[in-house]
Design a protein around this ligand. Structure first.
Ligand code: ZN
Length: 64
């Protein structure tokens, strides 16, 4: 009965030292924020793009 309500937790350690309370992805060991989804390369590319945009914006501000 209770098994339907039980959502397996990610359990990864977060910045505040507590376990991650996000429910893990079915078939995976972690939640979507801790490697549960296979979006590694996409995420890395997104980080690069966002970082580049940040630097460009900073330079733009400095030029003013
Ligand atoms: Zn997590």
């Amino acid at each position: 009965m209770a098994s339907r309500l039980w959502m397996p937790r990610c359990g990864a350690r977060t910045r505040n030292g507590g376990p991650c309370n996000a429910s893990k992805i079915p078939g995976r060991k972690r939640c979507k924020w801790h490697g549960g989804l296979s979006t590694g390369p996409r995420t890395a590319a997104g980080k690069l793009i966002s970082l580049r945009n940040l630097v460009q914006n900073r330079r733009h501000e400095l030029n003013h």
